[in-house]
Design a protein around this ligand. Structure first.
Ligand code: PA5
Length: 470
């Protein structure tokens, strides 16, 4: 098993008043207690005080519960049912469209980009080890984008003589907790029609809804009689649902080890519950972000991801933090960047712009494959022979160290979240760490991190405008 990720704020604490972090210890421990006792309150079924409504604390113990269920109930457990459905979809379809938006999409995209081969869809079915090509839709309203994917899949369906062979077949996983989100629902109509048109009654097996226990998608799914339907548990809100069937089913279809995802998250929860301030990644990260925001006005939180894999983890976190704490005219601005790419675009501002930024590096650790090296050449016009044989991870590390030094020289605070490597276990850890930190910070500053009342306004207006037919 991979070790736990490490949070290291040593390049930033010197800018805080002496004893500032120690001074936050009692409030942080109180926020942790409240975060954990919310789970009991939610499980008890007792009425929730108005200021805590909604209370979606179910994500906290969920990974441990799922692993315990797997141990106890084996083939009848939820994990086994997800894996079984995923294996069926892998066998019967070579293209899978995942439909969803916000919390019903971003976590899956984060895992896919972090863990899978970046050219997955370009590989042959054998090279993909039987995992289908994966596409995301329903996360926007873009006619050309949707049409291009529909055309591609329609063409693929028509290009095979044996329509029952997986190569030409498309499956659809439609994800919406409320079941009424317009973007996803419109896309689903189109992709459902494609599957029904191309594969007739097999559509029942090729369409898998993941939704709440009630709502339009649930009603539609019950009526249609799809072979598998997965529930998004009550008490787990959209952006906290990545480790429910919302993320686990698509991840299993894409060939990821969902048990390791859950194990990484469960390990982080244990760490959060038991480690003291000063060696608790969740509490220490929360403390540093909070102290810089309140004491120094660092209201922009830059998650500086290094290499290509972790950008979508950052985008998932942008949504998590923004929707959870951006309330009551408060809340820091999360901003994900990808380095070294963005050193050539945003770097100037981060080095010399307004002093309102706390930079947290999200470091990917050791590469999974053999390292690429700088080749030697007989001609040396680009003068790179002095680096011949250097491994690319060494160049990345020099960029990280050089950038941190430049920020330190200019008295810009930075901190590191260091993953040992990027795999299912560490991605599970970072998901759970950042979800817990978001809730702890909400409790610390008196903002209910659950719910997103502000998002309802645009949905209501959009529906009203469409219903008015203007
Ligand atoms: O965090 C949230 O709850 C939101 O981002 C939702 O996930 C998003 O609005 C999609 O909602 P639904 O799953 O109901 O379609």
């Amino acid at each position: 098993m991979t070790p736990l990720l490490k949070y290291n704020p040593s390049a930033s604490v010197g800018y805080l008043a002496t004893g500032r972090l120690e001074g936050l210890k009692t409030s942080l421990e109180h926020a942790r207690d409240e975060t954990l006792s919310d789970v009991e309150l939610w499980q008890s079924g007792d009425s929730v005080p108005a200021e805590k409504d909604p209370l979606d604390a179910g994500f906290i113990q969920w990974p441990e519960e799922l692993l315990a269920d797997l141990k106890e109930n084996g083939d009848n457990s939820l994990v086994a049912r997800i894996e079984k459905c995923a294996a069926r979809i892998r066998k019967t379809a070579d293209s899978v469209v995942i439909l969803g938006i916000g919390g019903s999409y971003m976590g899956m995209r984060a895992m896919y980009e972090a863990i899978k081969n970046p050219f997955h869809n370009e590989l042959s079915r054998d090279e993909r080890e039987g995992c289908p090509r994966i596409y995301f839709e329903g996360w926007n309203v873009d006619s050309d984008n949707q049409q291009a994917l529909l055309d591609l899949l329609e063409k693929r369906a028509g290009s095979v003589t044996d329509t029952s062979a997986p190569e030409g077949r498309t499956a659809v996983v439609v994800i919406s907790k409320s079941g009424g989100t317009l973007e996803t629902a419109v896309a689903f109509r189109n992709f459902r029609a494609l599957v029904e048109r191309s594969f007739g009654t097999d559509a029942q097996q090729l369409i898998v809804p993941v939704t709440g226990d009630s709502g339009r998608l649930r009603d539609l799914a019950n009526e249609a009689g799809f072979e598998d339907i997965f529930s998004i548990p009550d008490g787990i809100g959209g952006r906290f649902s990545v480790l429910t069937p919302v993320g686990l089913l698509p991840a299993a279809i894409a060939g990821m080890d969902i048990r390791q995802l859950l194990q990484g998250a469960a390990d982080m929860t244990v760490h959060f519950r038991s480690a003291d301030c000063g060696s608790n990644a969740v509490l220490d990260y929360t403390a540093v972000c909070h102290a810089f925001e309140t004491d120094h006005g660092l209201v922009t939180r830059i998650l500086s991801t290094w290499g290509c894999k972790l950008e979508a983890v950052g985008l998932w976190y942008d949504q998590l933090l923004a929707e959870s704490l951006g309330k009551h005219e408060k809340g820091a601005l999360p901003l994900t960047i990808v380095n070294t790419r963005d050193l050539h675009s945003r770097g100037q501002q981060h080095q010399e712009g307004t002093r309102d930024k706390l930079i947290t590096n999200l470091l990917p650790g050791a590469p999974n494959g053999a390292a690429v090296t700088v080749p030697k050449r007989d001609d040396d016009h680009d003068q790179l022979n002095k680096f011949a044989g250097y491994e690319v991870p060494r160049i990345l590390q020099a960029a990280i160290d050089g950038t941190n030094k430049a920020y330190a020289d200019d008295k810009r605070p930075t901190a590191d979240i260091a993953l040992p490597t990027v795999n299912e276990h560490t991605v599970g850890q970072i998901f759970q760490m950042l979800m817990l930190a978001t809730v702890v910070e909400g409790r610390l500053v008196g903002t209910n991190p659950y719910g997103q009342p502000g998002v309802e306004a645009y949905k209501k207006n959009m529906n009203a405008i469409l219903s008015a037919g203007t």
